[in-house]
Design a binder for this molecule. Sequence first.
Ligand code: SF4
Length: 652
Amino acid sequence: MRYAETGFQLEIDLTRGSIDKVETDPRETALYLGGNGMDAKLLYDRVPPGTDPWSPDNLLIFGNGLLNGTCVPGANRVSVNTIAPVNGLMGHSLMGGFFGPEMKMAGYDRIVIRGEAPDLVYLAIHNDKVEIRDARHLRGKGMVDTQRLIQEELNDKRAWVAAIGPAGENRVIMASIDCGNSSAARTPGPVMGAKKLKAIAIRGTKDVYLAHPAELWEMCSRLRKELDANPNIGDWMATDEDDSFHHNNFSWGNARVRRKTFWSASLEERWRNLKYDHLNRWTGCWNCPKACHNLIQWPNRRRFSYKCYGKDTYHMAAFQELDFTYEILPVSMDLGFDSYSTPQVIAFALELLEAGILTEKDFPGMPSDVRQRFYYLLQKIAFREGIGDVLAHGVSGAAAIIGNGAEKFDHNTVKKFEQLPIKLGKLNPAYFLMIATGEDMAITQIEGSFPQDPITDPELKEEFIRKWVAVPDKKFAEWFRQWVKRDQLPDDAMVEIVDWNEGMHYLDDSLGFCGFVSSFRGQFGGTTGYHVWNMPQIITHATGIEFDKDRLWECFQRNRNLIRALNNRLGLRRFMERPPEDHWAVRNEEYEQLLLTKYYDFKGWTFDGIPTKETLEKFSLGYVAEDLIKRGILTGNEVTALKDARAKKEKE
Ligand code: SF4
């Protein structure tokens, strides 16, 4: 008997039209947990380097977090992973809502999709009944209609439908996969389009078994009350109307302009009224006491939901106000765009027009009003018409195609991914490391456990430390106690803080926890729902596999090193680990490189950022070491970064 997981994955080959329910090895659960970890293992084992991400041989995996579908509150994230066409590295995305738990209750820990259908299809899953169905009649349909039509066809209003819109069908890099109020953005959408898979509809009515149900229930009942009562948990932007932080600190347009005094009391009042005049209700995700999504009904638009920073991206890219986001977001979502990269791509195009790198001829018939220009470009990109065909490659890809100096306007990407539009003054060393080395593609998927800034008031600082149950080791509290100025933490502390920050996200992503109840929340107020002290007990009660803090941390390091090695095999090297040059106004190349070396060394990686043979073997990844040696990526005799002759030169 398998507990918390089903012990099966659904394997679909769209080229052959085959459907297989495959039993999985429980020993792998103990090593990689689930979600991101298991997805990475499958990508490592089954997608050899050199595979074209657009080809049928690439995999698209919907991997349930290990605890999804159990009574553990806030565990509902599905890792949607693939090899990303935008940069050829592993693409990682997280989808909340209800899709993952429903998949678990249908009897599957993950869905692994290979191949390419001869024409547009969708998958219909109802427990053991799985069909590949014709979806040609859904071609070009938006998310809302696709979801509704499939539910009608299946005569099942309770089926959850994860679908792509026209943007995904047309392989636009910024396409997302949407399901109800949640989406998987940043890479899987265009791959789903390349596979000609319009949607996956899923309905499950089976039980998920638990190893120690009474103990887990008791623990979760208490946790649920704590999460509910904890003001630091969830996305307080759903209810807090003061959004001065993003508007005064983030950059507008194509990550260009900071408007430090933009926010005002009267603006806040106006936007509050705008929101509550159109707010339908708040919604949340499966088995979570919080409700972070605002459900908005805007005149002449379909009802839509948003959370967090998603409400700001469009109006900030267009130098408009909140009403513009409310007006355009439902259109953009229905076309199947993400709301993170797409506004940046449009702002980038308009900036190129202003700079004369693109001309009016590139935008035939484009209105002069900036709002209408955004709609014009959304349509062009979704259907890959004219300049839209170029912009569909994202900022980096489009800049490379356009040339003629456009590359200089690609100033907010890392590893070809659009980043949060933040341009700051002085280097923040921990953030430098996270942005440079993160393989989750965005800073919000890495930061979170350690506060961003010191607390200067001694009493408040002690109060914070006293409540800080999540610290994995007292040394973190001690570093925080001694911390006065942002950049004055010792480098050794800095690399361990980064390690903790990323560790919690890797654990969340393999267990299924939403970052808003876990890894992303420790920095605000110190109290968070999940941490290394309660996760092991939860996993043990859920799965029956004995876990303690050390074993859990080993799982994180294993998954981190596996994903790193996968990306190294796909070409990731040190020179690619650079935040945008203008991310901070004041830079110190020498110091940044030394910091990178120290981080690599702490992780047991070479000077080039590749895990050494010893590191891989330490985390039961000997087969990965052998593979990297066979491919000439490692010799097996490498030393860690600081022992490398190049590091000694760096120091001199
Ligand atoms: S905290 Fe919010 S986003 Fe996270 S699972 Fe709960 S409702 Fe969903």
